[in-house]
Design a protein around this ligand. Structure first.
Ligand code: ASP
Length: 365
């Protein structure tokens, strides 16, 4: 680690742009970041009871994921553990509590990605798997495919022995009311005023691997077999040990068009690699040769926390400029982690091996 700091200092003195800060990046132990959706989440619109219930659920999800990571478990297992808690909680638009389609059914989308080998699994329009995130993982681990949909996804789920439920298991009175409200307003497609309640998690384990997962019911009133960004690898979900892990929530169509999750990871990777390369050449000019381990250390210290945050904010800004809204959670293999969203609020939480743990709801927290 001293080496990392040394090269970090070297880099800061040689090549840092004026806007970069030397803000300390967390020591890369384990880390977990979760979300339960972004949107028009304002104090005036959320009852104290919902506020408390959401915070309690986020805290439980953090606990579930943290206990995997603190016991030396894998990032993917932590992502899964955190998401199951949120899928089971009716306050979030995933699993039990998913939003309704226009026809009054529930169609579930989910994805997972493992940053070590960039393995991924996803499902769209599943209707009977109690915990859709488990089905996405089965696709990753037990099939040669990345994305299964509809009736085929349901059949694969049953074959894999996952818990099956009647479609009515996902329904809640509040989601029914939201569908009726949307229909009464006679808005053309879906109501952009409603908050997005998709859930997601990203984790880094003590081996330095990152993973991401996202689970959702999609958007209230979706029709014609609409599929959003959540199960699309690169749009709403992405993980790559060379850069970052991302899970998104928001107006899916815009996240798909920008390829938000992959775009953020690519920008981080290219910037980190370019910086590391610069320092290798700089060292060579000084007559020193850096071995592979040194070069890894260079990568780890190449970007400041502010620079990673700026990349995430820039991509969210581009998505917003197209007319969308929403947010993402991120973390890197090197100890950066955070959120970026352009909505009034985002249900979110973060925990790390340094003992910190926090949940937040509104934008000003
Ligand atoms: N992104 C999801 C979708 O478009 C919705 C959400 O975030 O709640 O399906």
């Amino acid at each position: 680690m001293r080496l990392i700091l040394l090269f970090g200092a070297l880099f800061m003195s040689l090549a840092a742009p004026a806007s970069a800060t030397s803000e300390k990046v967390a020591e890369p132990g384990w880390s977990l970041v979760i979300h339960g959706g972004a949107g028009v989440i304002e104090r005036s619109r959320i009852s104290p009871e919902t506020d408390a219930a959401v915070r309690a659920a986020l805290a439980r999800a953090l606990e579930a994921g943290s206990s995997v990571l603190s016991n030396g478990g894998d990032a993917m297992d932590a992502v899964q553990a955190a998401i199951i808690v949120l899928e089971d909680d009716p306050n979030f638009n995933a699993g039990h509590g998913a939003v309704f389609t226009y026809e009054g059914t529930n169609e579930l989308d989910a994805a997972v990605m493992d940053g070590a080998e960039r393995k991924a699994g996803a499902i769209a329009r599943a209707s009977a798997t109690k915990n859709p995130i488990l089905l996405a993982r089965k696709v990753m681990e037990e099939s040669p495919h990345v994305l299964l949909s509809g009736e085929g996804a349901d059949r694969f789920s049953a074959e894999q022995g996952l818990d099956q439920v009647d479609n009515s298991y996902f329904a809640t009175p509040e989601r029914k009311r939201q569908l009726e409200e949307l229909k009464a307003k006679k808005v053309g497609w879906f109501d952009v005023d409603l908050k997005y309640g998709t859930v997601g998690a990203v984790a880094r384990d003590t081996k330095g691997n990152v993973a991401a997962g996202t689970s959702t019911g999609g958007l209230t009133g979706k029709r014609y077999g609409r599929i959003g960004d959540s199960p699309l690898i690169g749009a709403g979900t992405y993980a790559d040990n060379r850069s970052c892990a991302i899970s998104a929530t928001g107006a899916g169509e815009f996240f798909i068009r920008v390829g938000v999750a992959h775009e953020i990871c690519t920008r981080i990777r290219m910037k980190a690699e370019a910086r590391a390369e610069f320092l290798v050449q700089e060292a060579a000019r000084g007559g020193r040769t850096l071995d592979a381990a040194n070069q890894q250390d260079l990568l780890a210290s190449a970007l400041s926390a502010d620079e990673v945050q700026s990349i995430a904010d820039a991509v969210i800004g581009e998505m917003g400029a197209l007319g969308g809204s929403g947010g993402i959670i991120y973390l890197t293999p090197w100890g950066h982690q955070g959120y970026s969203f352009d909505t009034p609020g985002m249900y979110r939480g973060m925990a790390s091996s340094d003992g910190t743990s926090s949940v937040a709801v509104y934008g000003d927290e």
